[in-house]
Design a protein around this ligand. Structure first.
Ligand code: AHR
Length: 288
């Protein structure tokens, strides 16, 4: 299997890479692993090199949604099946990949929005929200933004007063939150598209002399251990899970595809949500 990974931008990604590498070993799959360092051109190069090496299956997590048709057509012409994992592409031609295994990011955004609506059910408003978006053009950034917006637009008291990309990293999350704190006179809520950006933002909030979790409430996505620790300290109010442990399912899928078996076009990951109490209870056994 040739596998092109997005990069190493977050705790989630590190867990995803580990899961894929360990599952490949367990399943006896020879894995050619390539790290794209969050650049689409690196992924395109890696896919072309997998085609040249005549791998049996190509799997990849596309850094952004658009711009894949040409290289996917090259894989198709070489009769190498492609499996999308974690993130999807916006290609209209469904024959360019055999299956997509991963989360429903729109649903994740909706879950974050549902929590907010309940949390502020009896508040008069306005509720000023700042949003740390994921990598521009990526499926999780697009979908988590739209899922959340779909829910909160029902009540005009919710106002997204600033929204900017933090590229799914802790450093950028902190930097952008520092800018939000300077430019916004009143911030009630931070919605972060992933935990690493939330954790970076927590540092910025604390350095500004405010209390994350109470002065500014935080809702985030992923459910990594570091975020659960922050939740146990009252610094994150709600976390929507996004499961990175996709390795075993991916290897099963690849074996079936290689054997010419029919596989489902879409396999959705099962995921939950966590309050601070639930995160504190789950922390000792959290795998990532
Ligand atoms: O595509 C999944 C997202 O990418 C995770 O939420 C985030 O942490 C990662 O960088």
């Amino acid at each position: 299997m040739g596998f092109s990974q997005v990069g190493a931008e977050s705790g989630w990604r590190t867990a995803n890479t580990k899961s894929i590498q360990e599952s490949a070993k367990k399943a006896g799959v020879e894995l050619k692993f390539s790290d794209a360092q969050q650049k689409q051109e690196n992924q395109i190069k890696a896919i072309r090199s997998f085609i040249q090496q005549k791998v049996d299956v190509i799997a990849f997590s596309p850094v952004v949604e658009s711009g894949w048709d040409t290289v996917l057509k090259e894989a198709k012409d070489a009769h190498i099946p492609v499996i999308l994992t974690d993130r999807s592409v916006d290609s209209k031609d469904e024959s360019l990949y055999v299956s997509f295994l991963g989360s429903d990011f729109v649903e994740e955004g909706k879950k974050a929005g549902d929590w907010l609506v309940k949390e502020y059910a009896s508040a008069a408003g306005p509720v000023n929200i700042v949003q740390l978006e994921g990598t521009t053009g990526s499926a999780p950034a697009n979908d988590r933004k739209s899922g959340f917006a779909d829910v909160v637009k029902a009540d005009p008291k919710f106002k997204v007063v600033a929204s900017q990309t933090g590229d799914f990293t802790r450093a950028k999350g902190k930097e952008v939150m520092q800018a939000f704190l300077k430019s916004q006179p009143k911030i009630d809520v931070l919605y972060a598209h992933n935990d690493d950006m939330a954790l970076g933002a927590i540092q910025a909030i604390e350095e500004a002399g405010k209390k994350p979790g109470s002065d500014i409430k935080i809702v985030s996505v992923d459910g990594v251990k570091d975020a659960f620790t922050a939740m146990s300290q009252g610094k994150i109010n709600y976390d929507v899970e996004c499961n990175p442990l996709l390795g075993d399912q991916l290897m099963d899928l690849a074996k079936k595809v290689k054997a010419g078996e029919q596989v489902p076009r879409r396999i959705k990951t099962e995921e939950g949500t966590f309050t601070p109490d639930q995160a504190t209870a789950a922390l000792p056994n959290r795998q990532y």
